[in-house]
Design a protein around this ligand. Structure first.
Ligand SMILES: Nc1ncnc2c1ncn2[C@@H]1O[C@H](COP(=O)(O)OP(=O)(O)OP(=O)(O)O)[C@@H](O)[C@H]1O
Length: 288
């Protein structure tokens, strides 16, 4: 009996339903139920943004960690080939992935997420001045690595909507895309452009995330809105894409990232906003 996709409680319920249905049937002395789970296909979710610095890498790292904490086998590809940062966010600076049969083996991070970042493959602080085809080739090696049991691959795309991004999206065809934006109008225009890029490649949009939505003062805890708030949700509603959640601008989020321990990996309440988005992504994956 295939129990793929069922959690422990649902498996138990299925098992006892089968047992009670067969109990007492003629010729049946004992009932043994064997449940198998088909190997789940790997799903790839791209995290994109219309422009740089809006928190795409922060979201990618925290979402990966939050999904891993929800029991998923998660891998993270830092496709931001020109400015990789995941090696820092997931504390693997200085580590080098190994390779077998010409396939890279991802690094295992303390946060439970497998990682491949260009930042672990090229010398630190050396600008990567690659042309498009070389960048695409490098990305291919990261995506087609030996991801083993990984069920969910999160891809942190380079910022913007240029050729490199388009080639990546067309070639590797993610199952869905999450778009990050800050609340200002200009950033939102860029986010809409990013959405069009995915639409052009027939990649479904999982939804929009608004980052740096309100500033929480570390001294008094009061919230203010330096960049405004609610813009991404309004745009998402206007263009009829789901709104996945809002992350406040909070110094604790940056400090945790800089320390290589994404805030979603601990018990800090400020990690909950990422977990809520992970819950929505989980629901999207379950529906697809
Ligand atoms: N919600 C937040 N609160 C506080 N700081 C944040 C938040 N989100 C991101 N940051 C910080 O803002 C900076 C930019 O974030 P990040 O690197 O994630 O952006 P990005 O969109 O991936 O940028 P890039 O274009 O360089 O790839 C980082 O220093 C990060 O720690």
């Amino acid at each position: 009996m295939d129990a793929g996709g069922l959690d422990a409680a649902a498996r138990e319920a299925l098992e006892s339903a089968v047992k009670s249905a067969l109990a007492g049937a003629e010729g049946v002395d004992e009932v043994h139920v064997a449940l198998t789970a088909d190997k789940q296909r790997r799903r790839m979710i791209a995290i994109g943004s219309g422009k740089g610095g809006v928190g795409k890498s922060t979201l990618a790292a925290n979402l990966a960690v939050a999904m891993a904490r929800r029991g998923r086998k998660v891998g993270l590809v830092d496709a931001d080939i020109y400015g990789p940062s995941q090696q820092r966010l997931l504390k693997t600076e200085g580590q080098k992935p190994t390779a077998s049969k010409e396939q890279l083996r991802p690094l295992q991070t303390e946060s439970g997420v497998a990682l491949l970042s260009m930042g672990n493959l090229v010398e630190q602080d050396r600008a990567i001045a690659w042309r498009g085809p070389m960048a695409s080739g490098a990305l291919g090696q990261l995506v087609d690595a030996d991801w083993g049991e990984t069920e969910l691959l999160i891809v942190d795309l380079p910022p913007g909507t240029g050729d490199v991004q388009l080639t990546m999206i067309q070639k590797h065809k993610p199952d869905g895309a999450v778009i990050v934006s800050t609340p200002q109008d200009l950033a939102l225009m860029d986010a809409t452009r990013a959405m069009n890029l995915f639409n052009a490649a027939d990649v479904p949009i999982v939804g929009f995330v608004e980052n740096m939505a309100g500033y929480i003062c570390p001294h008094c805890g009061e919230m203010s809105d330096p960049f405004g708030s609610g813009g991404a949700e309004a745009v998402a509603n206007q263009i009829d894409v789901p709104f996945l959640g809002r992350i406040p601008l909070d110094i604790a989020i940056r400090l945790a990232s800089d320390a290589g321990e994404p805030i979603a990996s601990g018990d800090d309440v400020r990690g909950r906003a990422f977990d809520a988005i992970a819950g929505r992504l989980e629901a999207w994956l379950a529906a697809g």
